[in-house]
Design a protein around this ligand. Structure first.
Ligand SMILES: [Fe+2]
Ligand SMILES: [Fe+2]
Length: 234
């Protein structure tokens, strides 16, 4: 287990990720200016949330640039958004956050408050107002979306930047949860193969097709996820 979030720097692999590593470290410093206490507390609170947060940060940046053709500067904000997106888990009991088996219905309902928990901790400035809109969506591109979509979120133009940003962070969070090693996810869960990941991103539990992600987006994200988890992830 990481003893300090700064140790994530050391874990970065030797392959050609220098620019991403630099960007991650810059974003981590930005997050620590206002959120150091939250990040340190989260590390105490959860066995795997920091590794998950690192993975979502880098994976969302890669999905933005490699799947959705964002420029590096357009995708930069995903690094900090990924690092802090689950700090609201501090409001969820350690028993639930660290549970080594499937959550019950009631436990799952209780952990949903973590999204609002993150939003209330973000600084009250323009930069974080936009980031809050993106983070608020990270569990909304799924069959049982939460928090419930506002009228404004329901009405978002699907070609708008905000809609795409929200979709990218949600996609990265789901790919991380599905494909991650046991270091950043619940120990009872085996990592999904790319094929399973594609199916789960595009189908509901009853087998019907969903439209949150196109088959192409799911395929590209799952392939990128495999590359990421083979070489770069924690
Ligand atoms: Fe979350
Ligand atoms: Fe997450």
């Amino acid at each position: 287990m990481l003893t300090s979030l700064m140790e994530i720097n050391i874990a970065l692999p030797k392959r050609d990720v220098t620019d991403r590593a630099k960007l991650f470290n810059t974003s981590l410093q930005e997050a620590r200016i206002w959120g150091a206490d939250y990040l340190d507390s989260l590390q105490e609170h959860s066995k795997w949330k920091l590794a998950h947060s690192y993975n979502v940060a880098v994976l969302s940046y890669r999905i933005a640039t490699e799947v959705f053709s964002y420029s590096s500067s357009e995708a930069e904000m995903f690094m900090e958004a990924g690092i802090v997106h689950d700090i609201g888990c501090l409001d969820v009991s350690e028993d639930i956050i660290n549970k080594d088996s499937v959550l019950s219905y009631d436990e799952f309902e209780l952990q949903k408050i973590h999204v609002e928990g993150t939003l209330k901790r973000l600084p009250d400035t323009e930069k974080y107002t936009n980031m809050a809109k993106v983070i608020r969506g990270h569990h909304q591109f799924r069959n049982d979306p939460y928090p419930a979509l506002t009228d404004e979120e329901e009405g978002l133009d699907k070609s708008s930047r905000l809609f795409m940003d929200r979709k990218i962070l949600a996609l990265a969070d789901q790919v991380e949860a599905l494909m991650a090693s046991k270091q950043s996810s619940r120990p009872y869960k085996e990592p999904s193969t790319p094929e399973e990941t594609i199916r789960l991103l595009t189908h509901a539990r009853d087998g019907s097709k969903t439209e949150y992600f196109t088959p192409e987006e799911a395929k590209m994200a799952a392939e990128l996820g495999q590359d990421f988890f083979d070489q770069e992830a924690l």
